[in-house]
Design a protein around this ligand. Structure first.
Ligand SMILES: [Zn+2]
Length: 132
């Protein structure tokens, strides 16, 4: 049983190893370069208004958005790496206290104003990253 076919398992081992290595490198790149392979996008939802999608990776400089909804005015700061509600005149201030979000799946929610800002895409993109 120990004859020439020993080459074949070695070849397969090599291919499998290479595939694993490539997958690891690809994953590593996705983790280390946020937005490198999938654009990180901020989805701004305000009741009664169409969703607004902002491709953060495309921003050259931080951008401030003013969102008016539910009688409140919210100030949202967007930059290449994330989003932050810098100010709001809502009573709870939960949205401001949420702080900065930088990962896909995270969101800032302002209940009084019925506004949500959710990050999509980017390094964490995938069907297994659905957070209730
Ligand atoms: Zn709020």
């Amino acid at each position: 049983m120990r004859r020439s076919p020993e080459l074949r398992p070695n070849l397969w081992d090599g291919l499998v190893g290479l595939a694993v290595l490539l997958a690891a490198v690809a994953l590593g790149l996705r983790l280390w370069l946020p937005g490198g392979s999938g654009a990180l996008t901020a989805v701004i939802r305000a009741e009664g208004q169409p969703d607004e999608r902002v491709a953060l990776s495309a921003l050259t400089e931080p951008q401030e958005r003013t969102i008016t909804a539910g009688g409140y005015t919210l100030h949202l700061l967007l930059d290449r790496e994330g989003a932050e509600m810098t100010a709001s005149d809502c009573p709870t201030q939960d949205c401001v206290h949420t702080g900065r979000i930088t990962r896909s799946g995270q969101s800032i929610v302002c209940l009084p104003a019925r506004v949500s800002v959710t990050l999509e895409g980017g390094a964490q993109d995938g069907p297994d990253v659905v957070i209730g």
